[in-house]
Design a protein around this ligand. Structure first.
Ligand SMILES: [Fe+2]
Length: 286
């Protein structure tokens, strides 16, 4: 009799807690499952520039839709003030399951207005057509980085800032270690150097070379977050509570910037407290 009462009370408590949590989730569902596009800005200070240079990062679009003609994404880019000096496409722009039109709509528009640099992500390789995708990017005037570096000159008043933008393919199908060595061998230590590499988990190996900033994606912000408490629950290749889920990390003099990406309808598990983002990084004189 007494055991039956305890069981009944326990069930009532569980039911009450479930109802309360359900009500809280329902009340705050817009914030919790918010998939509106956001812009997140970071700052990196260096002795290697004398005027600010602004880069914007688009990563892990996965061919997702941002309004008719991708206007939502394009409007967010056009609203940036000041405008970015270059755009970095950090891989998984095209998806292996969704149609590619949304991705190419973005690429065709941004390449008309910005200098764009691209590296492959694993999903481009999973299409089985990564080489064709790289050629198509180049057809739009996008610089595809595969173990090489480009110099970017940015005129600011009387001064010209020169950055070195390098990149490597995603390692799923290729030996990107060789590409990393090639790109690392081209670093000019007098210039601010950026390595574009889809996967953040390789950060320590990237640091075998003196890049000033590594830009990655792939982790999707760890999919679920509790702001201020848990920066990401799970990321591919990094597992649970990934060390590089999203944000700006610093090791010694080097920085790693991990975009939480732009994937929306392609994700099978909803993003929680983890809205898709355009990332802006301001490289500022120290
Ligand atoms: Fe990826």
């Amino acid at each position: 009799m007494r055991q039956g009462n305890v069981r009944r009370r326990t069930l009532l408590v569980i039911a009450a807690l479930t109802a309360v949590s359900g009500a809280v989730v329902w009340q705050y569902r817009r914030d919790i499952f918010d998939t509106r596009l956001t812009v997140r800005t970071y700052r990196v200070e260096t002795d290697k520039v004398t005027a600010p240079v602004r880069l914007a990062v688009l990563s892990d679009l996965h061919s997702c839709a941002y309004g008719a003609g991708q206007t939502e994404l394009m409007n967010a880019l056009e609203a940036l003030a000041p405008q970015p000096d270059a755009l970095l496409l950090a891989g998984d722009i095209v998806d292996d399951e969704l149609p590619e039109e949304n991705a190419w709509s973005v690429v065709s528009q941004i390449s008309e207005s910005y200098r764009c640099f691209y590296v492959t992500g694993n999903h481009e390789w999973w299409t089985g057509e990564a080489e064709r995708i790289c050629c198509q990017m180049e057809g739009y005037g996008v610089s595809v980085l595969r173990g090489n570096c480009h110099l970017v000159s940015v005129e600011k008043g009387d001064a010209v800032q020169i950055l070195q933008i390098c990149g490597i393919d995603d390692p799923d199908f290729l030996n990107s270690r060789e590409q990393l060595a090639q790109a690392g061998g081209q670093i000019d230590r007098d210039l601010f150097s950026v390595l574009l590499a889809h996967r953040p988990e390789g950060f320590r190996s990237y640091l075998e070379y003196p890049f000033d900033l590594v830009v990655s994606g792939h982790a999707h912000g760890g999919q679920w977050r509790i702001p201020g408490l848990v920066n990401g629950f799970y990321a591919p290749s990094q597992g649970f509570f990934p060390p590089y889920a999203g944000g700006l990390y610093r090791i010694g003099e080097a920085h790693l910037l991990v975009s939480r990406g732009l994937a929306r309808e392609s994700t099978r598990i909803p993003r929680i407290f983890n809205p898709p983002e355009i990332v802006v990084v301001d490289i500022l004189p120290r």
